[in-house]
Design a protein around this ligand. Sequence first.
Ligand SMILES: N[C@@H](CCC(=O)N[C@@H](CS)C(=O)NCC(=O)O)C(=O)O
Length: 206
Amino acid sequence: MLKIIGRRTSGNVMKPLWLADELGLEYEQEDVGGAFGGNDQPEYLAMNPMGLVPTINDDGFIMWESNAITRYLAAKYGKGKLYPDDPHARATADTWMDWKLNAINPVMRPIFWGLVRTKPEDRNMDEISAGIQQGIKFWGMLDTHLKGRNYIAGDELTMGDIPVGPQAFRWFELVEDRPFMPNLEAWYQRLTERPAYRKNCMNPLE
Ligand SMILES: N[C@@H](CCC(=O)N[C@@H](CS)C(=O)NCC(=O)O)C(=O)O
């Protein structure tokens, strides 16, 4: 049985949870990290030397790094669906998965941590505003890419949508004053119509 270890409030843990529910996999989830703790314990560090979440244990195969987990689960359980057979669709999915790490993570971090995990009196509004300005630029790139596409790698949801999806919820929830991006909004709307996305990625931010 697949075990997904990590608290549900983490955007990185949402990736395997959402993916597993999209594929209808049976799995167990264990709350570790944040207020739950446990990720600094020797047993956890033996599985994941970074002491971060998520970690998965798939019938004894243990791995960490959420995008690598996304690729692994999609390839093992979603070949031809979430893991596209077509090399071009797969490469497109890969591109936007890596883009999420390199472009979206740095801009969403100050927005999310500043507005959700920092008391109003302690907020660094300059940092938050800079994140929003840069976010408008980066989310605009995805908006351009999505023109004529339902999802990131084509007509159907693939692993390429999984890492970006949890951050899209945060962007739309936290940033009200943003330019209208029609393709991005239509894609996000499609995500919100998926029960597995709603269950795992659209919970109150904390
Ligand atoms: N590159 C790692 C980053 C993992 C990461 O930063 N996880 C955060 C939560 S989003 C974490 O473990 N924070 C410490 C904690 O929750 O205690 C991945 O994608 O899996």
